[in-house]
Design a protein around this ligand. Structure first.
Ligand SMILES: C[S@@+](CC[C@H](N)C(=O)[O-])C[C@H]1O[C@@H](n2cnc3c(N)ncnc32)[C@H](O)[C@@H]1O
Length: 213
């Protein structure tokens, strides 16, 4: 969904850092070979994820929802030296493609792939995280959030994508539309959650930024 005019969006992207060539190639291959290519993080939002990560210099990043690896590569750009990024996806078929691109980047050794359902994989991951990016099943966002919150260091950051859900969060909700129902309630619960400070940024399909108290 375009919340700004297409020409203004194009201008904003053009006046921002160019998309790295490896990510342009990953986007092309995703569109040619993978189902639902619209799920990929695009040029502008990718640069925003890279910026946030470079500002935070995280030692440990967790991503829920790898897809073809675009956002993982953007977030990895900000990793501290020796830092590590764990990324989870349930789709085993994407694993080889993700690895091919990770290994062509400078961060291949720092990115650990996990295949399985996020809520089953998460308890097996050790340690705390400085930055978490949630971008998998919208219906499970509240469970992902509760599972990761105790694992994020105070001052750490949790990002959640697609929280505007193409604007459906403002429309009357179809009772059968579980994802929208969950997102509407979840967005409100985050605003009122005393454990975090929350700002919803109108970037692409909506990106919530929570900092953990
Ligand atoms: C929107 S895509 C992620 C896009 C990716 N972050 C990017 O920027 O290119 C969502 C991904 O979440 C994965 N997914 C959905 N439900 C999941 C679950 N319960 N556990 C793990 N992965 C899941 C899907 O297989 C899909 O690859």
């Amino acid at each position: 969904m375009h919340f700004l005019s297409a020409s203004l969006e194009a201008y904003i992207a053009e006046q921002s850092e160019p998309e790295p060539e490896l990510l342009q190639e990953l986007t092309r291959e995703t569109h040619l070979k993978v189902l639902m290519p619209r799920m990929i993080t695009g040029h502008y939002q990718g640069r925003v994820l890279s910026l946030l990560s470079r500002l935070l210099r995280p030692k440990a990043i967790l991503e829920i929802g790898t897809y073809t690896g675009y956002s993982a590569l953007c977030l990895a750009e900000g990793l501290a030296p020796e830092g590590i990024l764990h990324t989870i996806d349930k789709n085993e078929e994407l694993r080889a493609m993700q690895r091919r691109y990770f290994d062509r980047s400078p961060y291949g050794q720092q990115i650990v792939q996990h295949t399985g359902l996020a809520l089953e994989v998460l308890p097996n991951l050790k340690g705390a995280f400085d930055l978490v990016f949630i971008d998998a099943d919208k219906k499970e966002y509240p469970q992902y959030f509760e599972a990761v919150l105790p694992r994020v260091r105070p001052g750490g950051t949790i990002l959640m994508d697609n929280v505007l859900w193409s604007g459906k969060v403002l429309e009357p909700v179809d009772p059968k539309d579980q994802a929208t129902k969950v997102l509407v309630a979840f967005n409100q619960s985050l605003r009122d959650d005393p454990r975090v400070r929350t700002v919803l940024l109108p970037i692409r399909d909506g990106l919530t930024v929570c900092t953990v108290k």
